[in-house]
Ligand binder design. Structure first.
Ligand code: ATP
Ligand code: ZN
Length: 760
């Protein structure tokens, strides 16, 4: 940290020196890079009005006075010797980028996730907004102080009087160009008037013209079922109380959760407040968006395919209070709605709500905190709630609202498991077993549609030499490469590494390789061969790269043009198509044997969610689940749609090991290119953590360091340590007290992940 610059507001100045000090206005500035601050800067008189919390500023830093961009987080009067502080050089924003409450939220995030506040700003405020994409900085002219004095005006030249006359007539500000035209003059008299104080010039940002889609006439709300009505009442009661309350809406698949959210939002809007709806990026299907658009007309949708210009415009619209409903993925929790009345998190169990780069925040926890700051209700909805939320609902800190039945009392689909251990004994059967094949044929004959889930993309997840057994792996991650048939590439799914798939063994030169481990590309080929003349579509991150491809495929599926939709987890949730009569899970075990404490939970969620895509119309649906582990509790429970018994058993299991949601978990990952050095550093980190624990008397279990299952990634060796405590505060304290002592050698980095979603 820069020693020249005092870090805190001056507090311990001896009284005999106070007289020599004068009051000055100082701004606390944080940075997105080291030194992160906060550092104090003097606010020069000419910037008194512009330097406000939430604006970006340029300030000099260090001996060389390097100009740095920083965020102002506070302004106050301090007693300082006039030259003790460097001055703010420039203010970049006319309006603060966030509301005071959001600034408080960022500060909480910075503390809780142990991330520099400047980095939280960068993560929360879209780059397009920070760059003010699509706007121009302009000088706007207003009548100055002297303009109010008719005697002084009368002394001006005719030309100058004409300029002033026009300017006063415009009432609002005008640009120099406009004033020139109005007064039919050159810049000369205008500049003279600016210098003599008759005209005030201000820098302002003007948004370029930008068209948005016209509003549609609103679709009427549906008549609620008794369960929906009761769930809605819980939310309305919370709204009436004008206090924070969290409602966990546990509704089985197809129970009509969206309708409950929409009617609650309707209420919020009716008294002039606004709502945020967070959805996993993947389920931002035309469906969800369309439903909200049809109901509310004016809906602001945020998503990752937006251009920086669009993003900036939406942000300005939101902060101006012109967006009653904002829908978006995790970062939409930072939308600067001025009168926020409700936050909804749909599919609250989804892992995409957690950011996997600094700051590693979970939008559900950030939403919870924001709802406390704003004193508004938070609604978490899912058919398969996270164990974190379930535990809190059971213990009473969240209110539970249940939708145990589907709309119109439609039955949940019948789920049958197919034991791959016996079915696979016939050789060369492919990915689709006999019973599944039969069911697909029957469904097609009955004009139904089929969804097939396989949660692995590519053609084959293993490229192996049949002679020496060598497996082709990523040189940077040591993990098997996946063969992709388009372009015959061998790709690493953990980094960007990619080579042409070798035709022979790179090790023993045997001519030929064997592809094993089924991926969606291979499944697509098998399905096309088995059901000729049937239109099929594959949906995974490889086929859905282009903006709009997701929508096109789903529209064709909705219209019945596509009969079989196959893909990864992308197709497992949120879809509501009445004619899907069969769901096939090709291999339910893909996530089951991951060496991770959430493996069961993930398996339960994905099987339950995909099963829920069928039987949503008049006709009953059927689900076939192929698995090598038909007796696994997660699969047995998913087959019975039995969330409650799954959750309760799983909670007990986790309790034995103190895993979340019991207690608190943090993970420290150390990574570097040299194995011994990285291991040495990891050991030193754990030693320091242990020392702090003893010194502070903190009750914390420290496990490791050990290599995690992904022991090498992107050329770096990895080690991790897990820290477990019963309460969050001591865990935070342990880390905060230890960090100053951690000095990683060159090339080695460490990462702190609070509430990690996995330990891979
Ligand atoms: N009260 C109602 N009357 C008639 N239809 C309804 C009602 N509520 C919801 N629906 C319809 O039922 C279908 C399922 O609703 P929705 O998609 O909201 O379920 P969900 O609980 O979100 O399911 P999932 O968790 O599986 O995504 C939708 O087509 C919706 O329009
Ligand atoms: Zn790799």
């Amino acid at each position: 940290m820069n020693s020249q610059q005092p870090e805190l507001f001056a507090t311990n100045i001896p009284p005999w020196e106070l007289d020599a000090l004068s009051e000055c206005r100082a701004a606390k500035i944080v940075f997105a890079e080291a030194p992160y601050g906060p550092l104090d800067y003097r606010v020069p008189d000419e910037l008194l009005e512009e330097v406000r919390p939430g604006v970006r500023v340029k300030v000099p830093l260090g001996r060389g006075n390097r100009v740095m961009l920083g965020y102002c987080i506070a302004v106050s009067m301090v007693k300082q010797a006039p030259d003790a502080l460097k001055s703010v050089l420039e203010v970049l924003d006319v309006e603060p980028l966030c509301t005071p409450r959001l600034l408080e939220l960022f500060q909480w995030m910075s503390r809780y996730y142990i991330a520099p506040l400047g980095q939280v700003f960068e993560a929360a405020i879209p780059a397009g907004v920070r760059a003010a994409a699509g706007s121009r900085q302009r000088v706007m002219l207003y009548p100055g102080e002297l303009a109010a004095d008719p005697q002084r005006i009368a002394q001006l030249s005719d030309k100058q009087q004409a300029v002033m006359g026009q300017l006063i007539l415009t009432a609002g500000g005008v640009t120099i160009d406009q004033l020139q035209k109005l007064a039919n003059c050159s810049t000369g008299p205008i500049n003279a008037l600016r210098e003599s104080g008759f005209i005030d010039a201000r820098q302002e940002r003007i948004l370029n013209e930008f068209t948005t889609t016209p509003d549609l006439p609103p679709a009427p709300p549906l008549a609620l079922s008794a369960d929906q009505r009761q769930a809605l009442n819980h939310v309305l009661e919370a709204l009436d109380s004008a206090k924070q309350q969290t409602i966990l809406l546990h509704g089985v698949t197809g129970s009509g959760k969206t309708e409950v959210y929409m009617q609650a939002i309707h209420e919020v809007i009716s008294y002039g407040r606004q709502a945020i709806v967070l959805v996993p990026e993947i389920s931002l299907t035309p469906q969800t968006r369309q439903r909200f658009l049809a109901r509310f007309g004016n809906v602001t949708v945020l998503h990752s395919h937006m251009s920086p210009v669009e993003r900036h415009h939406q942000w300005r619209k939101i902060s101006a209070g012109a967006s009653p409903v904002v829908i978006g993925p995790r970062s939409a929790i930072f939308a600067p709605l001025p009168r926020l009345g409700l936050i909804v998190l749909d599919e609250e169990h989804e892992s995409s709500f957690k950011q996997d780069t600094q700051p590693r925040y979970h939008a559900r926890d950030v939403a919870l905190h924001r709802s406390f700051l704003e004193q508004i209700p938070l609604v978490l909805g899912s058919a398969t709630p996270s164990l974190e939320s379930w535990k809190r609902a059971k213990e009473g800190s969240y209110r539970l609202a249940s939708l145990p039945r589907r709309v119109h009392n439609r039955p949940l689909p019948q789920v049958t498991t197919i034991d791959l251990r016996t079915e696979k004994q016939e050789p060369n059967r492919g990915a689709i077993t006999r019973p599944l094949n039969q069911a697909i044929q029957e469904t097609l004959r009955d004009d139904g549609q089929v969804i097939l889930l396989l949660n692995r993309r590519g053609f084959a997840t293993n490229i192996q030499c049949p002679q020496c057994g060598h497996v082709v792996t990523c040189p940077d991650c040591d993990l098997p490469l996946t063969h992709h048939r388009d372009g015959s590439k061998a790709c690493c799914h953990y980094c960007d590494f990619q080579i042409p798939t070798p035709p022979g063994c790179p090790k023993c030169n045997f001519q030929g390789v064997r592809f094993t481990g089924l991926g969606t590309q291979r499944l697509e080929i098998e399905v096309a061969q088995r059901y000729p003349g049937t239109r099929i579509a594959r949906m995974d991150s490889d086929t859905m790269r282009k903006p709009g491809s997701h929508e096109r495929t789903l529209t064709d599926f909705r219209d019945g043009k596509i009969r079989i939709l196959l893909g990864t987890q992308m197709i497992a949730k949120g879809l509501d198509f009445p004619n899907v009569l069969l769901v096939g899970v090709i291999n339910a075990d893909t996530a089951l044997h991951f060496p991770d404490f959430r493996a069961s939970e993930k398996t339960f969620q994905i099987v339950t969610q995909v099963a829920g895509r069928t039987g949503r119309g008049e006709k009953a649906g059927h689900v076939l689940v192929q698995t090598y582990s038909p007796d696994h509790p997660a699969i047995v429970a998913a087959a019975k749609h039995d969330f409650i018994s799954f959750a309760n058993t799983e909670l007990q299991q986790r309790a034995q090991f103190g895993y979340p949601p019991h207690g608190h978990l943090a993970r420290v990952i150390m990574r570097g290119p040299d194995l011994t050095e990285t291991e040495g550093f990891a050991e030193s980190v754990v030693r320091k953590l242990t020392a702090t624990r003893e010194l502070q008397g903190i009750d914390c279990r420290i496990l490791g360091p050990a290599p995690p299952p992904l022991s090498r990634l992107r050329g770096n060796y990895r080690f991790h340590a897990l820290l477990q405590t019963t309460e969050a505060e001591p865990l935070n304290r342990l880390l905060v007290k230890t960090i100053p002592d951690i000095k990683p050698p060159k090339d080695i980095q460490y990462v702190i992940d609070i509430d990690p979603l996995d330990t891979l």
